[in-house]
Ligand binder design. Structure first.
Ligand SMILES: [Zn+2]
Ligand SMILES: [Zn+2]
Length: 336
């Protein structure tokens, strides 16, 4: 089978690898599509960030690794002990936390320091097939279009953020309205924020924000006037953190949701003087992932027409080397 594998800095290519076999409790998915996330592009262009170059302490894996953690597939074969059946359409949870550490035991498995992440420290979904833990798959109805089905993972990130901050009745700014940011806008609006102000440099990116539930939208120069109770940075760009801080009111909270692979300079005097609370927020727990799948199955994220680019798996390396525009790019295996 074909797999898009990261070998080393800027060396990403389509390799021929054996189709995996399911072990006890596992299933093999025939991948329907795997979306390219900003973290995949960071890995290829600025990595290694998350792909281990020496054997990972838990998975034992090191590069080359198949990328992709936002995927949907259909069960093609089932190992002993799994309750899934051939033909089930599922999204696999891309995390394998240790289950034993303080964070895992208190429902914060997204923070587990020993987690194995599919597409990072174990093989991910940019391939024809992927072997996964059947118990950590969530079902997706066949009526959900591929471009929404691959949003279970980013929507889970957005829903998790709402377990870190309570947005009900609050004025919320969302900085960055790419694919993740639009998920955050919708989650925040549905959670009862009194106002949702979308902020992005690009008017194209801001366009779909009102459909997702934004009550206003503006470019970053307008940020200081927002006076947000909560500002959520969902862009992963250095400048967006400063914009989120500027958008927060005195005593407000800034949630850093975007991935920042390098240290970012922030004006700490401003943070101190205005008593801003900086809240980190990473990934999601399995409950967030299952909730995201149920929500998408029930029609959430359907109101927004998202820019999408669907490409064959063989185009993966070229697409990963470029940052891309605002479209969510989805790699699909070619018919065998
Ligand atoms: Zn991602
Ligand atoms: Zn753990």
């Amino acid at each position: 089978m074909k797999a898009v594998r990261w070998h080393a800095r800027d060396d990403v290519r389509v390799d021929d690898v054996p189709v995996p076999m399911p072990g006890h409790g596992e299933v093999v998915l025939r991948i329907e599509g795997a979306a390219i996330c900003g973290t995949d592009v960071d890995e290829v262009r600025a990595g290694p960030v998350t792909v281990p170059v020496r054997p990972h302490p838990v998975s034992g894996r090191s590069a080359p690794i198949t990328l992709g953690h936002e995927m949907v597939g259909v069960v093609a074969s089932v190992g002993s002990g799994s309750t899934l059946a051939v033909g089930d359409r599922v999204a696999p949870w891309p995390s394998r936390p240790c289950g034993r550490c303080r964070d895992c035991l208190t429902g914060h498995e997204n923070r587990c320091p020993d987690t194995v992440a599919l597409g990072m420290s174990a093989d991910g979904g940019m391939a024809d097939f992927l072997v996964v833990d059947g118990a950590r798959c969530v079902r997706i109805g066949t009526g959900v279009a591929l471009e929404r089905a691959v949003l279970v993972e980013p929507y889970a990130v957005a829903l998790h953020a709402l377990r870190r901050v309570d947005v009900a009745g609050r004025r919320v700014a969302v900085v960055g309205t790419g694919s993740l940011g639009l998920c955050v806008v919708e989650a925040v609006a549905r959670a009862g924020a009194s106002e949702v102000v979308a902020v992005d440099r690009s008017s194209d990116a801001l366009e779909p924000a009102s459909g997702a539930g934004a009550t206003a939208s503006m470019t970053p120069d307008g940020a200081p006037a927002i006076d947000a109770d909560i500002a959520i940075e969902a862009a992963g760009a250095d400048a967006a953190v400063a914009v989120a801080i500027a958008a927060a009111r005195r005593g407000g909270t800034v949630v850093v949701l975007g991935g920042h692979v390098r240290p970012t300079a922030v004006d700490l005097l401003d943070v101190t003087v205005r008593e801003i609370v900086l809240q980190g927020c990473v990934s999601h727990a399995f409950t967030d992932f299952a909730a995201a799948a149920r929500a998408i199955d029930a029609g959430e994220l359907a109101a927004v027409e998202r820019p999408v680019e669907v490409a064959p798996l063989r185009d993966g390396p070229a697409l990963l080397r470029t940052g891309g525009g605002h479209a969510k790019r989805i790699l699909v295996p070619e018919a065998a």
